[in-house]
Design a protein around this ligand. Structure first.
Ligand code: K1U
Ligand code: ZN
Length: 169
């Protein structure tokens, strides 16, 4: 297993639209293991393949308190979302240190393959629902900061670029 580098906003690669996973082979299984290790080490509750510069429709999530209940979603599809929405505080491992409110569906039903290629139906609420919607946006090349005002987004972009410059020097 290996820790993978996480792309940081405003890297343009974060806006790549992911393609379906064609086959769950050894490469994909290794990628899943590496993404889970990377997510847990970064103290995240989710990670999309896009964030580690792999542009395939693959997400890992673990919203459990013990960090022992990983969920793998391959080629996920939201088949139903509730009419009710709520503003939730979100963060992103690709935008470290920034948290802000995003309006999301309260409930979603998602169809996906698991790591064994088995078809799963997940009915999600609470943090799992928010996290699934956040990660599925990553697969479409969409970042949570794109829901914020242009003023806030530009401030975040400037802050991130400054932090990246300082980290290099
Ligand atoms: O996609 C990512 O970058 C992971 C992101 C997922 C996420 C967090 C909060 C709301 C929606 C989606 C993170 O895990 S950032 C870390 C974080 O903010 C957090 C960690 C533990 C509990 C709650 C939030
Ligand atoms: Zn994110």
């Amino acid at each position: 297993m290996a820790l993978l580098p996480i792309l940081c906003y405003p890297d343009p690669k974060l806006h790549t639209v992911a393609k379906p996973v064609a086959e769950i082979d050894a490469r994909v299984k290794n990628l899943i293991a590496d993404m889970l290790e990377t997510m847990h080490e970064a103290k995240g509750i989710g990670l999309a393949a896009t964030q580690v510069n792999v542009h395939e429709r693959l997400i890992v999530i673990d919203v459990s308190e013990q960090h022992d209940s990983p969920i793998v979603l391959i080629n996920p599809k939201i088949i139903w979302s509730s009419p009710e929405t709520h503003l939730n505080e979100e963060g992103c491992l690709s935008v470290p240190g920034i948290y802000d409110g995003v309006e999301r569906f309260d409930l979603v039903k998602v169809e996906a393959l698991d790591e064994h290629g088995k078809q799963r139906l997940i009915e999600a609420d609470g943090l799992l629902s928010v996290c699934i919607q956040h990660e599925m946006d990553h697969l479409l090349g969409k970042m949570f900061v794109e829901y914020l005002s242009p003023l806030k987004r530009n401030r975040i972009k400037t802050k991130m670029l400054k932090a990246q410059r300082e980290a290099k020097s």
